[in-house]
Design a protein around this ligand. Structure first.
Ligand SMILES: Cc1cc2nc3c(=O)[nH]c(=O)nc-3n(C[C@H](O)[C@H](O)[C@H](O)COP(=O)(O)OP(=O)(O)OC[C@H]3O[C@@H](n4cnc5c(N)ncnc54)[C@H](O)[C@@H]3O)c2cc1C
Length: 559
């Protein structure tokens, strides 16, 4: 937002809130100061006069306050504001949350470049001779920065459009209605710099609160996400061991990279960095990668990573990580070995970002085992009547953006239940988030899934298909990959779950997601027209095969 837009916005806001003026202004024009150590922070411009100050004071009471501006928080906030509520959002970092600024968007922007690397390498298969190519990492980093800035700006402009008050500060729940917003002393990623060597915080035009401020919300939404957690075996302050964010913002691609943890992030990073020419070793304590997926998917991903040159070590217990050295025990051979790399990235998991004791004191139940806030599935209400939670802090959901967004909507529907039109009421359309939210693992080629795989395969029929009969795949030469489906035995046959590995997986999975969400039978799908030749046709072809009415498509029945 330009300086003039910002001024216009703040003055409009002043007009709107003047009836209730009683506190500190959360959103101010910004000025920059430098504090010790050369680190730059933003401070609110001081008011020119007491009258000026009074004029700028907005209200501090809101119908809804969301803590955290990630997909969960901003969805709940924007939707509540659209439904006429007065809304504030508190964020201790950049607007958009981890997803926009440090996770999904930057990672996927870089993966977009890695995909091109792969296409260039395979160009000969398409009769195009590209004799040489060079990976220019600084330009890849610039693309990443632009993508992040654009998406962050989108979120900000919606917060502004709906007059949502933004407080940049650390929220602390005082009781079921009051939140203390404390000023941020150091941003979470203060030591991260963009492709131009600037702190991303420099380019932000929302200013942190300067003094601790108490705000009051009739309803509160906890959407504080998760934080990286380093396991005890990583030496404290080891400069060579980093989390995913610090790896992505490294100014160069490390020549050698050790990844600890072969889950979603570990595999995505392995696929990305091996294509960017890093020599990657991936360590996983289990006997296979991607434990959350079906074994066939794990094996496919492992084989593809190996083709890219990744060294995959399974069944290993990492004992110590220090200065780029990883000491690990091979559980099968019972030997201890050492690996050395320029960087070690820790992908072993993240922990929810909230204070257990504080929540307990207020009466909000926390599921100790999964360390998530407990909520009602259809409203996301916590054990406290006016407090809701959504996104990664919530127990009933996997840590994916579609879940966070969907839960943000559920929160808004619950808070604004008298304001929503009948069609929006969840009772009109029962969708279980856990079983209907599709997810994508951005390895190359992608992996995707939706639904809950039945615990016992005897309870269902299991089918698998490859893409060899799909005409788009034949035309494009993209035959590698498969679809696995878990289908009900009862008639009419319905899908329990689908997992797939293919170049087109991220797009195709939406169809399977809709089929499960809308509770369509396979017979229903067979009636739908699909365009030709497309990868999405494979959805209908797969359903036809399961029902024994395949015209051209061959699959396999597995049980
Ligand atoms: C590298 C990476 C890549 C990913 N890629 C994908 C992907 O491709 N697809 C996908 O579906 N998911 C992806 N994810 C997961 C995705 O990031 C999460 O699902 C999503 O961020 C959850 O949203 P959220 O709103 O719960 O939390 P977040 O996005 O984490 O937002 C929470 C916000 O709350 C703020 N906050 C925390 N405590 C306080 C406090 N006390 N006061 C004020 N503010 C506070 C935090 O600063 C943060 O900005 C990825 C994650 C990572 C790490």
């Amino acid at each position: 937002m330009s300086e003039s837009d910002l001024k216009r916005f703040t003055s409009e806001k002043r007009k709107k809130t003047s009836d209730n003026d009683e506190g500190l202004e959360p959103l101010r024009e910004m000025s920059k100061t430098t504090i010790s150590g050369g680190q730059q922070v933003y401070q609110a411009r001081q008011p020119q006069s007491p009258e000026d100050d009074q004029q700028k004071q907005p209200k501090r009471q809101f119908d809804v306050i969301a803590i955290g501006s990630g997909p969960g928080g901003y969805t709940a906030a924007i939707r509540c504001a659209q439904l006429g509520m007065s809304v504030a959002i508190v964020e201790r970092d950049l607007i958009g949350g981890h997803a926009v600024n440090w996770g999904c968007v930057p990672l996927n922007a870089m993966i977009a470049s890695a995909r091109i690397v792969r296409t260039v390498r395979e160009s000969n298969l398409y009769a195009i001779d590209i004799p040489a190519h060079r990976i220019e990492f600084p330009r890849i980093a610039r693309r990443r920065d632009e993508a992040v800035k654009n998406v962050r700006q989108q979120v900000k402009s919606f917060l502004q459009k709906y007059n949502i008050q933004v407080y940049i500060g650390i929220a602390e729940l005082l009781d079921e209605h009051r939140i203390m917003v404390r000023s941020v002393k150091k941003y979470p990623y203060a030591n991260v710099y963009d492709s131009e060597g600037r702190s991303p915080y420099e380019t932000d035009n929302f200013l942190p609160v300067q003094n601790n401020t108490v705000i009051y919300g009739k309803n509160i939404v906890i959407s504080t996400g998760v934080d990286y957690e380093f396991p005890k075996f990583v030496e404290t302050n080891d400069k060579k061991s980093v989390d995913t964010t610090h790896l992505l913002w490294n100014r160069t691609v490390p020549e050698t990279l050790t990844i600890i943890g072969g889950g979603v992030l570990g595999c995505e990073i392995a696929s990305l960095y091996s294509l960017l020419m890093s020599k990657v070793t991936l360590l996983e304590k289990n006997s296979r990668l991607l434990k959350i997926m079906d074994e066939s998917v794990s094996l496919a991903v492992e084989s593809r990573l190996k083709e890219f040159g990744v060294k995959v070590l399974l069944n290993v217990d990492v004992e110590k990580v220090s200065k780029g050295e990883v000491f690990y025990r091979n559980k099968q051979l019972d030997t201890t070995q050492t690996l050395t790399a320029h960087r070690v990235v820790i992908c072993t998991g993240r922990k929810p970002s909230f204070d257990y004791d504080l929540l307990k004191k207020i009466g909000i139940a926390v599921d100790k085992e999964n360390s998530r806030i407990v909520v009602e599935e259809d409203t996301c209400r916590t054990t406290k009547q006016n407090i809701y939670a959504c996104g990664s802090v919530v127990s009933s959901c996997w840590s994916w953006i579609p879940c966070a967004i969907r839960q943000g909507h559920l929160v808004a529907n619950a808070i604004c239940k008298n304001r929503i039109i009948e069609y929006d009421r969840e009772s009109q359309f029962q969708i279980s988030i856990n079983s209907a939210a599709p997810y994508v693992i951005n390895v190359i080629p992608a992996v995707a899934g939706v639904g809950s795989v039945p615990e016992f395969e005897d309870d269902c029929l299991v089918f698998t298909f490859d893409f060899k009969s799909n005409r788009r795949a034949i035309i494009d030469g993209q035959l590698w990959g498969f679809v696995k489906m878990w289908v009900s035995k009862d008639e009419p046959k319905k899908l329990f779950a689908v997992q797939l590995v293919h170049e087109s997986a991220a797009e195709i999975i939406e169809y399977y997601g809709m089929i499960i969400s809308l509770n369509l039978s396979l017979h229903d799908v067979c009636l739908l027209p699909f365009a030709h030749p497309t990868y999405s046709e494979s959805v209908k072809q797969a359903c036809e095969y399961v029902l024994g009415r395949s015209i051209e498509y061959e699959g396999a029945y597995l049980n």
